[in-house]
Ligand binder design. Structure first.
Ligand code: NAD
Ligand code: UGA
Length: 438
């Protein structure tokens, strides 16, 4: 099938490339000319494991192309996906900024000719699909025949290709049997691998995406608060999470305590869901508490670090391991590092930081005083305290003697992801502070 993907970001580039891998002909279009030029030169603008090889394959086999020309991209498409950003609005009221989605809808309206299915893949509040339909109806010159579908995306950064290729489910919200059949054809190669399709209304599909993210965020805030009470009462959150997660009704995933969830989705999607709930006068107390607990968790990490170094941050050097919001991505959006590092700098700290993939973006988002170094051992040089912020694989088996010898006397290791074990770290001469361990 001929598919057009509007928006070549973390979702559009991955899903467009994967559709090409499945055998479809995919044109990816973006308003960012630098991005498209880079892709046409063979450079991949984001870091996502396995993506570069698939892009190269799709392009060389003639099923994947990149353009800024929306007219060209839209005119002979059978299915058009909208995968543009939906960040929090600049007004600060939590609502998703839908201007990119509506601009894409306006562009589509100008150039569609024959029947086409327009699929919203961006995460959008209830009512957006109907608004997209209205925009296209109003702006279309001819009385074009089209259907609008809501098909939210559930992939995770860092595991995006695997998530796309082996989805837990594919949600298709539509009122049209014709569009449903075309969507089934689009996903048929996955369907044959037993990926279940859940057919819903437009509204249910849109809300399902927010519900899934809010539930996962709630699980994280829950275990973070359990970690905090573990510390207070002298219990161990690692054993607790293991035992609790063994209950099949609860499950072991998303029970890892950390410095608070970050990324481009949970933070914005939880507050957007609350904005919708407020608009409709429906209290969502649990989601509200999840957001509050996450903000408190980030603040709590700053206190934890201060206590770990004896209450005085000024003049001390902190070595930061990891800046991205999770491993295996270069994405720093809403990373806990963006809250914790500026707070430490404000209190007079010196910061040495490393990240395998996130430094370029971090330079744009963090104060200029941060010193970026090339590896974990350079982070340790003359540091009083190391903070393990993101659990990248390369931080999981560090040579602790080498690290310790590079640091000040009485080295402190604050492990916000519980990668290491206290006994071993103490034997290696560290003051070790885990997250939810006693
Ligand atoms: P992103 O910011 O990485 O990419 C968005 C892209 O859209 C940018 O390249 C931008 O230039 C382009 N764009 C904006 N307006 C355009 C227009 N009118 N025409 C063409 N291109 C345009 O965003 P993302 O992380 O890929 O997220 C996209 C959507 O998918 C969001 O709604 C997000 O919530 C949702 N989502 C994201 C993830 C994720 O892991 N990042 C997972 C599931 C769902
Ligand atoms: C998340 C969801 O997992 C995807 O299903 C969804 O499609 C996506 O949001 C989205 O809507 O964009 P992502 O943000 O890429 O994916 O990453 P996650 O693995 O969910 O991690 C999110 C945050 O939670 C990270 O900061 C991570 O460190 C944190 N986390 C996750 C924990 O602190 N503990 C956990 O147990 C799991």
């Amino acid at each position: 099938m001929n598919i057009t993907m509007i928006g070549v970001g973390y979702v559009g580039l991955v899903t467009g490339t994967c559709f090409a891998e499945l055998g479809h002909y995919v044109t990816c279009v973006d308003i960012n000319a630098h991005k498209i030029a880079a892709l046409n030169m063979g450079d991949i603008p984001i870091y996502e494991p396995g993506l570069a090889d698939l892009v190269q394959k799709g392009v060389s086999e003639g099923r994947l192309s990149f353009t800024t020309d929306i007219r060209d991209a839209v005119s002979d498409a059978e299915v058009i996906f909208i995968a543009v950003g939906t960040p929090s609005s600049r007004r600060g009221d939590g609502y998703a900024d839908l201007s990119y989605v509506y601009a894409a809808a306006g562009d589509i309206a100008k150039y569609i000719e024959d029947y086409v299915v327009i699929v919203n893949k961006s995460t959008v509040p209830v009512g957006t699909a109907r608004q997209v339909k209205r925009i296209i109806d109003q702006k279309c010159n001819i009385s074009a025949d089209f259907d609008v579908v809501s098909n939210p995306e559930f992939l995770r950064e860092g595991a995006a290709i695997e998530d796309f290729m082996r989805p837990d489910r594919i949600v298709i919200g539509t009122e049209s049997e014709r569009a449903l059949q075309i969507m089934r054809d689009v996903y048929e190669p996955l369907y044959l691998r037993d990926a279940p399709i859940v057919k819903t209304t437009l509204e249910t599909a849109e809300l399902t995406k927010y519900a899934a993210n809010a539930f996962l965020a709630t699980k994280i805030s829950f275990i973070n608060e359990m970690a905090n009470i573990c510390e207070a009462v002298g219990a161990d959150v690692l054993s607790l999470a293991r035992a609790v997660g063994m209950d099949g009704r609860i499950g072991p995933k998303f029970l890892h305590p950390g410095p608070g969830y970050g990324g481009s989705c949970f933070p914005k999607d939880t507050v957007a869901l609350l904005a919708t709930a407020q608009e409709y006068g429906v209290p969502l107390r649990i989601v509200s508490a999840t957001v509050e607990a996450n903000n408190a968790q980030k603040a709590r990490m700053i206190k934890k670090i201060r206590d770990a170094v004896g209450g005085e941050i000024a003049g001390k050097t902190f070595g930061i391991l990891g800046l991205t919001f999770k491993p295996n991505t270069d994405d720093v959006r809403e990373s806990p590092a963006l809250t914790i590092i500026p707070a430490l700098l404000e209190k007079g700290a010196n910061i040495r930081a490393h990240d395998p993939k996130g430094v370029e973006e971090a330079r744009r988002l963090l104060p200029s005083e941060v010193l970026y170094v090339n590896n974990a051992y350079a982070v340790a040089e003359n540091s009083h305290c190391i903070i393990l912020m993101t659990e990248w694989t390369q931080y999981r088996a560090l040579d602790m003697r080498r690290l310790r010898d590079a640091m000040h006397t009485n080295p402190v290791f604050v492990d916000l992801r519980n990668v290491y074990r206290k006994n071993k770290m103490q034997k290696n001469g560290f003051v070790y502070i885990g997250n939810g361990q006693y």
